[in-house]
Design a protein around this ligand. Structure first.
Ligand code: NAD
Ligand code: IPM
Ligand code: MN
Length: 353
């Protein structure tokens, strides 16, 4: 029997609710299979910060390093500034484990109501590959004259040739593996960011010549935001810097129905470090405790984790089960137009497995 050791960090807000649902589903999907999970819970979160003054212990990264994967809910609390919580837990994990490819699929499933007009199920089916360790999130900068009238803040973006090339190459490999439109779109803002983004463009040109079978185009981020709404069906694999990928994937989520469906994986493709699986959405303080958070994004994220572990059959089972619940339209949380609770949706998904 294979055993996967999973570090579970429910985190904050609805993260705790949806992780608990997804763990139930994962336990179910592994029944009668040749693998099992060993979940180890870590209470690192804003509550942990209130007690200890830090988001995770000093050797936190070390504690996670021998797991097969990390399964995280969300981080963020209304009473703590976000840069403290996120720079204390989520972002250091992505960087320390070199999870440079963040994959975020957007699929319009049958039965989902989209704000877009004249569009059918599966007309939207793309995946954003977001650079996940450098770029605008490099955490380089500082203040001068803090809290004085002449205060200066510097926040530097860091783009390296290695960092650009490896994530762009990952996008091309993914387009081949998907074998859908065999197309990669690169997103930059080279008209205004004449150093970092033109390095990215040159890397894109170099890598694309290695993949003559894949068609390509390049868009500026502002136009790309428009086209995600105007003609989302034209995209297949989209590769973007850290910040641009972050913004684009909230658009990708809402045109395919809800943040509550948006799955995500932070992948170290070399396999040297554990990858981390967390949905695109945050801790949603506006709905926490109301028992109406949609667990589907976390459950679909568990599906990405299963594929990453090589359990493709179980990953498909899980996605199909979510799709069935959506399509029947009977048991849905309010973000998808229903009036069911988190636990009812979870049970409906389990009963389809
Ligand atoms: P959010 O994603 O938490 O919420 C945005 C909107 O989407 C809210 O109206 C929320 O109710 C809704 N929503 C999100 N997930 C949902 C779900 N599963 N079911 C139903 N509705 C859902 O974004 P925000 O409000 O900008 O951020 C809240 C906090 O979360 C902040 O502290 C932010 O920094 C943090 N955050 C964390 C992560 C993460 O941990 N990966 C991601 C994004 C935001
Ligand atoms: C996401 C989130 C995070 C990000 C925040 C919370 C730092 O928005 O995972 O999309 O920007 O990466
Ligand atoms: Mn985001």
């Amino acid at each position: 029997m294979k055993k996967y050791k999973i570090a579970v960090i429910p985190g904050d807000g609805i993260g705790v609710e949806v992780v608990s649902s997804a763990l139930e589903v994962l336990t179910h999907v592994s029944k009668n299979k040749d693998f099992e999970f060993e979940f180890t819970n870590f209470d690192w979160s804003s509550e942990y910060y209130f007690k200890n003054g830090v988001m995770m212990p000093e050797d936190g990264i070390n504690q996670l390093s021998n797991f097969d994967a990390i399964f995280l809910g969300a981080v963020g609390h209304p009473d703590i500034q976000d840069h403290i919580t996120l720079n204390g837990l989520l972002l250091p994990i992505r960087r320390a484990f070199d999870q440079f490819a963040c994959v975020r699929p957007s699929i319009l499933y049958p039965g989902v109501d989209t704000p877009l007009k004249n569009i059918k199920p599966y007309d939207v089916d793309f995946i954003v590959v977001r650079e996940n360790t450098e770029g605008e999130y490099a955490n380089v900068g500082g203040f001068q004259y803090k809290n004085f009238p002449d205060e200066v803040a510097v926040q530097s973006a860091v783009f390296t040739r290695k960092g650009c090339e490896r994530v762009i190459r990952y996008a091309f490999e993914l387009a081949i593996e998907r074998n859908k439109k065999n197309h990669v779109t690169s997103i930059t803002k080279s008209n205004a960011q004449g150093y970092s983004m033109t390095l990215w463009d040159r890397c894109f040109e170099d890598i694309k010549s290695e993949y003559p079978q894949i068609s390509t185009n390049s868009l500026l981020i502002d136009a790309a935001c428009m086209d995600f709404i105007r003609k989302p069906s034209e995209f297949d694999v989209v590769v973007a810097s850290n910040l641009f990928g972050d913004i684009l994937t909230d658009i990708g989520a809402i045109i395919t129905g809800s943040m509550g469906l948006a799955s995500s994986g932070n992948i170290d493709p070399t396999g040297k470090n554990p990858s981390m699986f967390e949905p695109t959405h945050g801790s949603a303080p506006d709905i926490v405790g109301k028992e109406i958070s949609n667990p589907m994004a976390q459950i679909l994220t568990a599906g990405i984790m299963l594929s990453h572990l090589g359990e493709n059959e179980s990953a498909n089972e899980l996605e199909n089960s979510v799709k069935k619940v959506i399509e029947s339209g009977e048991i849905l949380t309010p973000d998808l137009g229903g009036n069911s609770k988190t636990k009812d949706v979870t049970q409906a998904i389990i009963s389809n497995l």
